[in-house]
Design a protein around this ligand. Structure first.
Ligand code: F0G
Length: 461
């Protein structure tokens, strides 16, 4: 199976963190203790951790050097101005507000703009944006194009919003009940798929026509910009910073989790053009996060984000990054392991219902696959299927399931080598051969909300 990965990592390793393989007996005991929920496993018992690409990046030597230079002044720190300048250079918005991570930016924005009975359209809301809309008593609406849910449709921009649906939605609900439109780049909940510049431009035009603010959920903006450069006519010769600036020029602002494409372990921000709105957001920031020149972060964190943003829009890095993720997808696809296509920017998504066709949805095939993958090889992935998104009627206990039953293998940035990915592929190919022996699960304990984090399970025998 091994073959040369092209292009190779455009960095070399200066610091290493040991990881340890465990015995099958150790993994079996850890699973039992965790109630067969991989969120309950201690990370020390995991060999390769593909739970998330968020906050798990390896920082560069320049970022670590910046950590030593963090200015920890409470107000007006030098590091804040470095951070503000870096965000403005990449995003082009007039006002920059630091937060401790992405969801804090979402909470502050939605608490200010969204009220009960409102609607917030998006291509597909990520869980935290959906939750932050719903706590306001508003409705989070997904208006992605129809093809987004078809795992076999190999299209370049499966994250695009359906413009006709957006137009119709605004007509039916009225602009007064739509305080903003969001757009997630790349579309995490739809397989990490990019959004085209043409679609961004079209959504922007609709929003401007109706005078509705348009914001990006911009966590993976650099990967999105790279896909535009590679896949969209007219962008092959444009620089990545120019493409990013063009994307953001069509919007009024963005929420950002710096834990993804700013290549840091913690941090986030809001960036926007409306000065009056920025002033209102800062009032809320002070209550929950901190003074506007640090917003829940240390000066050293702001310094690391500034340097990460300067590094990420690099052709060599993003070519490697997207090829690295696609490499894992290719190894699996060639061996007949069912995956969502095309491979997105930050993760490979397994189609668990096709992997384990003998398991009914109410035995949670995606969950069974995450447990089997850990048991087999000490690899942690995350289920994105019936446990995470299933809706349970509290009276009858009956459940309805989401369209797709998937397992996400999220690839941390600059952390694992090509041979780590080959190890993951080998483990999955071997599991796929033995798939008939994999058993389903039933839930024995679950909380009322976000059950996947803490529910406990037993194997169906
Ligand atoms: N928006 C998107 C599209 C995300 O993927 C995430 C986080 C957030 C917002 C929230 O950012 O974690 O900094 O508060 N996604 C992580 C994941 C958790 O695993 O996909 P945060």
């Amino acid at each position: 199976m091994a073959r040369l990965q092209s292009p190779v990592e455009p960095f070399r390793i200066k610091v290493v963190e040991p990881i340890r393989r465990t015995s099958r007996a150790e993994r079996e005991a850890a699973l039992r203790k965790a109630g067969y929920n991989v969120f309950g496993l201690p990370a020390s018992k995991i060999f390769i951790d593909l739970l998330t690409d968020s906050g798990t990046s390896a920082m560069s030597d320049a970022q670590w050097a910046g950590m030593m230079m963090g200015d920890e002044s409470y107000a007006g720190a030098r590091s804040f101005f470095r951070f503000e300048a870096a965000v403005k250079a990449v995003f082009g918005f007039a006002h920059v507000i630091p937060t401790h991570q992405g969801r804090a930016a979402e909470r502050i924005l939605f608490e200010t703009l969204v009220k009960k009975g409102d609607f917030v359209p998006n291509n597909i809301h990520f869980d935290t944006t959906r939750a932050n809309v719903e706590v306001r008593g508003a409705t989070a609406v997904d208006l992605v194009n129809e093809g987004a849910y078809d795992p076999d449709l190999d299209r370049p921009f499966k994250g695009d919003m359906d413009i006709a649906k957006l137009e119709r939605f605004i007509e039916v609900k009225g602009r007064a009940r739509i305080p903003l439109v969001m757009m997630t780049i790349t579309n995490n909940s739809g397989g990490g798929q990019p959004v085209s510049m043409a679609n961004i431009r079209a959504v922007s035009a609709v929003c401007r026509k109706h005078k509705i603010p348009f914001f990006f959920d911009a966590c993976r903006f650099a990967e999105n910009a790279f896909f535009i450069k590679r896949r969209e006519a007219g962008y092959a010769r444009k620089s990545l910073p120019a493409i990013a600036r063009e994307m953001f020029s069509y919007a009024d602002g963005a929420t950002m989790s710096a834990k993804k494409d700013a290549l840091v372990n913690i941090g986030g921000f809001l960036a926007l053009n409306d000065g009056a709105l920025a002033a209102r957001l800062k009032n809320l920031l002070i209550i929950g996060e901190g003074f506007p020149t640090y917003g829940g972060l240390a000066g050293r964190d702001l310094e690391a984000i500034a340097r990460g943003l300067e590094e990420v829009l690099d052709d060599d890095y993003l070519e490697y990054r997207t090829a690295h993720v696609a490499y894992l997808g290719g190894l699996l696809d060639e061996a007949g392991v069912p995956i969502f296509k095309p491979v997105g920017g930050h993760a490979v998504y397994l189609l668990a219902d096709r992997f384990l066709p003998h398991l009914p949805r109410d035995q949670y095939p995606g969950w069974a696959l995450t447990v089997a993958l850990y048991r087999e090889a000490g690899i942690r992935a995350v289920e994105i299927g019936g446990v995470m998104f299933g809706k349970r009627d509290p009276r009858t206990g009956r459940e309805t399931f989401p369209a797709l039953e998937m397992v996400r293998l999220a690839i941390p940035r600059r952390v694992y080598s090509g041979s780590h990915l080959e190890f993951v592929a080998e483990a999955l190919v071997s599991l796929h051969r033995k798939r008939d022996a994999i058993k389903g699960f039933r839930i024995v304990e679950q909380p009322p909300h976000l059950r996947h984090f803490t529910a406990r399970f037993e194997e169906v025998r």
